[in-house]
Design a binder for this molecule. Structure first.
Ligand code: ATR
Length: 277
């Protein structure tokens, strides 16, 4: 019987996932003996596949599109940040193989804030921020952005009622509201829609982006995403994809699972080299 601790990412449409590479680099650098695989299942099979994985001795899962809200209901205890987000991107086995004891966490927001403030040296404090999207990805980043001291957070969504609902849900944490398409440019625009996955760009008022605006896409790809191309054409100061966030949220998950925080800088550098090649 193989005694190596098993982990995996579970999602749908995962063929380009960088998570196995990231976690294997983390395992090497921290001297941890573990394996990390891919589980690609549609929504209808998520719960059964996750339960089977843990029943078979699996120790932890990263959960990605489109299962983050379903993972919330599968987990037993939740970390405060997962409960607040209403979405789970990390599951950790309890002492036994009992699915009811699975711990649900959400490391997305911490990963985004760390990429912005540590890797990119971006000053979030006081920034006017526009968040595009109101699904599971958006949910995960709202509280950490507000706790990071942003001056104003506007949420804009194709279906405005969902943006309004999210703004209400997080209003106790800081200045968040649904975007009324204000005339002034934002300092930071974060794309948390799944539009990039289909090569599309959400409808954005052109005045939202100015020469001092940083545009950040939570999605990542082999080359620029559609939103990054939109940002460059709109004259943004910068256009980033979520590769740094991916590595940082992975490091937070790794810390939860293994009790050691890997050094992210060399892993991010290696991934960027691969993306540029
Ligand atoms: P995720 O977990 O990735 O957030 P989701 O919960 O399905 O996935 O949410 C997807 C988000 O992307 C939603 O905000 C969705 O807008 P709606 O609420 O109107 O559905 C948004 N979205 C997806 N495709 C889009 C597109 N082509 N243009 C604009 N917004 C889009």
């Amino acid at each position: 019987m193989n005694s190596i601790d098993r982990y995996a990412v579970i999602g749908h449409g995962l063929s380009h996932s960088r998570s196995p590479q990231i976690h294997s680099l983390f395992a090497q650098s921290t001297g941890q003996s573990m394996s990390y695989g891919l589980i690609d299942v549609p929504a209808a099979q998520f719960a059964a596949a996750a339960r089977d994985f843990f029943a078979g001795g699996g120790r932890g899962l990263n959960v990605t599109v489109p299962h983050k809200e379903a993972a919330l209901t599968l987990a037993g205890p939740l970390t405060p940040r997962a409960r607040r987000a209403g979405a789970v991107n990390t599951l950790a086995a309890g002492p036994g193989a009992d699915a009811a004891a699975l711990l649900g966490d959400n490391t997305d927001g911490a990963g985004l804030v760390r990429d912005l403030t540590v890797n990119l040296g971006y000053a979030l404090t006081g920034a006017r921020v526009l968040l595009l999207g109101a699904g599971g990805a958006a949910r995960g980043v709202i509280a950490p952005l507000l706790q990071g001291g942003v001056g104003e957070l506007k949420i804009q969504n194709r279906t405005p009622a969902r943006a309004r609902q999210l703004a209400q849900e997080f209003a106790d944490l800081g200045p968040v509201s649904e975007d009324g398409a204000s005339g002034e440019a934002f300092e930071l625009i974060i794309n948390a829609t799944s539009a990039s996955l289909h090569g599309e760009v959400p409808l954005i008022a052109p005045q939202a982006c100015g020469p001092r605006t940083l545009c950040y896409d939570l999605a990542y790809g082999a080359g620029d995403t559609a939103f990054m191309r939109w940002a460059r054409a709109a004259g943004a100061a910068g256009a980033m994809m979520g590769l740094g966030m991916l590595v940082e949220q992975a490091a937070e998950s790794f810390l939860l699972w293994r009790g050691v925080r890997p050094d992210t800088a060399p892993v991010l550098a290696q991934l960027r080299q691969g993306a540029a090649a």
